[in-house]
Design a protein around this ligand. Structure first.
Ligand code: FES
Length: 280
């Protein structure tokens, strides 16, 4: 997929799809990005439709981030479902359509999807991976008309509002991590699952607090960073956010991988396939 002698020259670049003068393995990032997005989002989508094994009450109480917070829980027929006593609004309502699985993943985790889908980093990732317009810098793109966020993708400007949902979700995920230090009867303990859930909440915090919208929210619209206590405080938070922002892609991938891994771990403990090592 390197430069083609027959490719026409467009503004100094090679013309035609995937044509380029680059001599490095530019396609590797493209393939890895597309593969990673399909793998992790595919896994989480399948798990959302399964609606099972989101909860493990053997020993310490673990809940999968894919099903948290559980607004509703199925009354029966879904092994590993969150107990009724832990569902925020009780059992799924009678009017819930029979052809849609009773999965708690269809509610609040949607906030996380909205946040990631409109994220500035993910926009670049999925444009390149799936629309390939272009697939990489200085590489010929697919013959699609790119109009940025002025047409179909206009909704991406809602990212700043998706941030509020993500911040709310973080509260629930830290609560789940805190709950993972206790069993169902309130007895304290630490297990491998506890650490998995704490790392999950930490990585998602790193991703969320590196968000461009968060950085603007906390440090924007200020003319002076040192005029009073409030502006100095905001400057301190802004500098920390900048550190995360510079590593936003890293946290985007680490947190995505770890959400899937956390769900996998909780589901395996819930099924009894893995025995959680813990102090309980
Ligand atoms: S820019 Fe990526 S989460 Fe906001």
């Amino acid at each position: 997929m390197n430069s083609s002698a027959s490719a026409s020259s467009v503004g100094g670049h090679a013309g035609g799809f995937a044509a380029t003068h680059r001599s490095d393995n530019w396609w590797l990032g493209w393939v890895l990005t597309a593969g990673g997005l399909i793998l992790f989002f595919g896994y989480l989508t399948i798990r959302a439709f399964q609606g099972t094994y989101f909860w493990s009450g053997h020993g310490l109480a673990y809940i999968s981030p894919a099903g948290s917070p559980p607004l509703f829980t199925p009354a029966s027929g879904y092994p590993g479902a969150v107990p009724l006593s832990h569902a925020w609004l009780g059992a799924f309502p009678r009017w819930w359509p029979k052809f849609i699985p009773q999965s708690p993943a269809f509610f609040v985790p949607g906030l996380a999807i909205a946040f990631r889908f409109t994220c500035y980093y993910y926009r670049k990732a999925y444009y390149r991976a799936f629309a390939a317009t272009p697939p990489a810098c200085a590489v010929g793109g697919a013959p699609l008309k790119y109009r940025g966020e002025t047409a179909l993708l206009l909704f991406q400007n809602l990212h700043r509002y998706a941030l509020y949902g993500a911040l709310l979700l973080l509260v629930f995920l830290w609560y789940d991590a805190f709950r993972a230090f206790f069993n169902e009867h309130g007895r304290f303990g630490i297990g491998v699952g506890t650490l998995v859930l704490v790392i999950n909440a930490s990585l998602l915090s790193g991703y969320t607090f590196g968000c461009h919208s968060w950085r603007h929210l906390i440090g924007g619209k200020l003319n002076c960073f040192s005029c009073d206590g409030a502006s100095k405080f905001r400057y301190t938070i802004w500098k920390k956010s900048t550190w995360y922002n510079q590593r936003h892609m890293l946290f985007a991938w680490l947190s995505l991988f770890w959400v899937a891994f956390t769900d996998f771990y909780v589901s395996m403990v819930s099924r009894g396939v893995i025995t959680d090592l813990n102090t309980w």
